[in-house]
Design a protein around this ligand. Sequence first.
Ligand SMILES: Cc1cc2nc3c(=O)[nH]c(=O)nc-3n(C[C@H](O)[C@H](O)[C@H](O)COP(=O)(O)OP(=O)(O)OC[C@H]3O[C@@H](n4cnc5c(N)ncnc54)[C@H](O)[C@@H]3O)c2cc1C
Length: 343
Amino acid sequence: MTDQTQETQGVWTLAEHFEGTLKGVSFELLARGRKLADKLGTPLVSVLIGDAVGEDALMTLIHQGADAVYTVQDERFRYFVCESYAFVLSRLIEEYRPAILLAAATSTGRTLMPYVAIKGHTGLTADCTELDIEEATGNLLQTRPAIGGNIMATIKTPNHRPQMATVRPKSSRPLATDPNRTGEIKRIPVPSLPPQGTLVKGYRRDEAGSLGLEEADLVIAGGRGLKKGENFTLIRDLARRLGAAVGASRDAVDRGWISYPHQVGLSGKTISPKVYIGIGISGAIQHLAGIKTSETIVAINADPDATLHKIADLGIVGDAFQVIPELHKQLDARKGKTNGTYV
Ligand SMILES: Cc1cc2nc3c(=O)[nH]c(=O)nc-3n(C[C@H](O)[C@H](O)[C@H](O)COP(=O)(O)OP(=O)(O)OC[C@H]3O[C@@H](n4cnc5c(N)ncnc54)[C@H](O)[C@@H]3O)c2cc1C
């Protein structure tokens, strides 16, 4: 193994955006990165590859913790394309040699980071919940659940740089905004992409308007207890009303009731919303692996002995087909008594 640790500096976090608007995970990562950069006495840089992300938006990254923003912008980067983003990010790494690179464990981060790690011959720890600096060596300590969430494993990358990790969304809070913070915004020219570089002209969301599961504060998930695919409308309607994202158990996905991107669990997505509501889901260990970092877990299940009831903060023992209409009634009754948010 070659020692790549020499002459690297800086903690980098990857900012995410959608059509020019920064995503919340960009600021969560800055909170993580700030702590690490302060411990190492090194700058914190937010890296943004995109298109038409304005100066004001870039400044918010500085106001929320970054010392500098490095941005490469071009219409070819308006939407995430793994090969193009990886090409640019790898070029930046070669040129500026960061010690640490963090991305969110979102679809973008989970797709991009392995690609970049392989290109850079370095390691990657996915889905971290804790990050710290080892005092004696300055190495990044990357902690994540292992063996189905039964133990926490701490991983180091002692010989290769950058030390790369993806961080579970919602596992940290953004720092308070400080409008007096100043920092450099470095606009880096677009490196010439390989000729086969893809240009994505548009983007079709899965099931129009559905929120990203990993970013949502409220997730309503359905399982086999819904009996048939058409009944998922009940989940979608409730989710739309509450501004929630729609999740599902693997059983529901395997039956073709809903598409795979909605699957939550060991072989699906890991989510950490403020509130997770599981309806007609038993709470198999593989499902729990994806929801256990939710702040509040609510179970709606006809079986009082369902595992999900046992771990839930709040449980409704009842038939989903009666409970969901009752929830709508209760929400109707509260109309006008809230400011429109239920979480
Ligand atoms: C390697 C591996 C990976 C896996 N990965 C995942 C994963 O990522 N995600 C995942 O979810 N699973 C995963 N599984 C599958 C997992 O083991 C379970 O089979 C699955 O989670 C069960 O889905 P379910 O809870 O919808 O169905 P069930 O276990 O059948 O539960 C249905 C529940 O609905 C309740 N119910 C029935 N009727 C009603 C009603 N009218 N009203 C209210 N409640 C009702 C029942 O009481 C029951 O508790 C994985 C399995 C393996 C082996």
